[in-house]
Write a protein that binds this ligand. Structure first.
Ligand SMILES: Cc1cc2nc3c(=O)[nH]c(=O)nc-3n(C[C@H](O)[C@H](O)[C@H](O)COP(=O)(O)OP(=O)(O)OC[C@H]3O[C@@H](n4cnc5c(N)ncnc54)[C@H](O)[C@@H]3O)c2cc1C
Length: 390
């Protein structure tokens, strides 16, 4: 009878998406080893169609692990916010904040590639299937299969970074009844580094400057998303055009993809020797581009706390993460709840055609425009996240 060989690691991270990879690199920069696992081969990330708006703060963190994709990033210098069929609009301008840009737009695949090039050869087990996770008092055992071989890994700390969870009793789901249809399209004249956030009765519509194109995020009820997905390129271009009038024209739309949208909040970020970060901890609506920025701050804060406290051992040499983990969970409360509330309120306030609300929204946008402190309040949350929270 062959005995199962058990491999031992201090920290195991499930999910080598951008959040898991950032955590691994931040730990490595502080001298702490960890092992990443992913169910997909690494190059599968190169097929992800998303473009991500990243805050100025996110750039600063990614630069610290040498994973800022300079050439693939397009700066956002102004953001124009308006509502279709209603008055009121505001423009947020980088010049008011003494910053090179309000934020940046990067393709998911370029960000993933920039992070992956920083991984050492033994950092990642890719294309694995997790068979079982068994928690114990001072470790967690993970059984997995890779290339037909079964392996058992015992870890002192298991970090979940596996992205949006499916059904899980620990995750509260609030369905928005909206799908995001995304595509890239070429604007005439050029975008001049301006992003657009336009609120329509169906849901928010964003145009994000990306290279010479715009990345479009069209938020729609599912039936309308079906119709938009089925359109030919001319009809899709005309549908987008009808939202923007004669301000600019569009051509050469790329392939479309869709994502159903819901707010998913995990009740507790820590259980025993397991921690949840990134989209698996909270999945937000993409309006105002908060999701990855928030997941990045999860990864960063967890790395800082683990590195500061060191791989604590008591006198018997048993690892004790309890203090680090409870201080991590407490430190993330305000940022995750604030970001979730911010995006949720925007979606619920703006995604309808109710007359009095339309008027209130117009007044709100007007107030942002004529009252700089209110505009700065919103802008700073876009630039810094909760670091700007009072
Ligand atoms: C349309 C759209 C637009 C968006 N726009 C923005 C934006 O502008 N700005 C922004 O900040 N955010 C945006 N987001 C959110 C952003 O995409 C996510 O927050 C981010 O990708 C989360 O990263 P992650 O690493 O947590 O998860 P993921 O990117 O989902 O990565 C998870 C990884 O875990 C792996 N995995 C999953 N299950 C397992 C398993 N069982 N075993 C092993 N591995 C597993 C997956 O293969 C994957 O590699 C947008 C989202 C959508 C849908």
């Amino acid at each position: 009878m062959t005995e199962t060989v058990v491999e031992h690691v201090d920290i195991l991270i499930i999910g080598a998406g951008p959040v898991g990879m950032t955590l691994h690199l931040a730990l490595a920069a502080g001298g702490q080893k960890s092992l990443l696992l992913d169910r997909r081969p690494l190059d599968a990330q190169q097929t992800d169609p998303r473009a991500l708006a990243l805050s100025h703060g996110a750039r600063q963190l990614l630069e610290q692990v040498n994973a800022w994709p300079t050439r693939a990033a397009t700066a956002i210098e102004t953001i124009h916010v308006s509502q279709k069929g209603g008055f009121g609009r505001t423009v947020i301008d980088r010049a008011d904040y003494d910053l090179p840009a309000l934020g940046y737009v990067v393709r998911y695949r370029d960000l993933a590639a920039a992070l992956a090039t920083q991984l050492s050869a033994d950092a990642l087990l890719a294309a694995v299937e997790i068979l079982d996770i068994t928690p114990a008092d001072d470790h967690v055992t993970v059984a997995l299969r890779q290339a037909g071989q079964q392996r058992t890994i015992q870890t002192k700390l298991l970090i979940h970074a596996e992205g949006t969870p499916s059904d899980d009793p620990d995750v509260k789901v609030s369905d928005y009844g909206q799908h995001a249809v995304i595509a890239e399209i070429t604007p005439q004249p050029g975008h001049n580094k301006r992003a657009w956030e336009r609120f329509t009765p169906d849901g928010p519509l964003a145009l994000l400057p990306l290279g010479n194109d715009y990345s479009v995020v069209f938020t729609l009820p599912p039936a309308k998303a079906d119709a938009v997905m089925a359109m030919d390129d001319d009809a899709f271009t005309a549908a987008l055009q009808s939202q923007f009038g004669s301000r600019m024209s569009f051509s050469k739309p790329g392939p479309r993809s869709r994502f159903p949208l819901a707010l998913r909040m995990r009740d507790t970020l820590v259980k025993g020797n397991e921690v949840w970060i990134g989209n698996t901890a909270q999945t937000l609506h993409p309006v105002s581009g908060q999701g990855f920025n928030l997941g990045l701050r999860d990864a960063w804060q967890l790395a800082e706390i683990l590195l500061k406290n060191g791989v604590d051992r008591d006198r018997q040499g048993v690892f004790r993460w309890d203090e680090s983990l409870s201080s991590y969970a407490a430190s993330r409360r305000l940022d995750r709840q604030g970001s979730a509330l911010f995006t949720d309120q925007i979606v619920r306030t703006f995604s309808n055609d109710f007359g009095p609300l339309k008027l209130a929204r117009g007044l709100g946008l007007l107030a942002l425009d004529v009252f700089p402190p209110a505009r700065h309040f919103v802008a700073k949350r876009m630039i810094w996240g909760a670091r700007a929270w009072p």
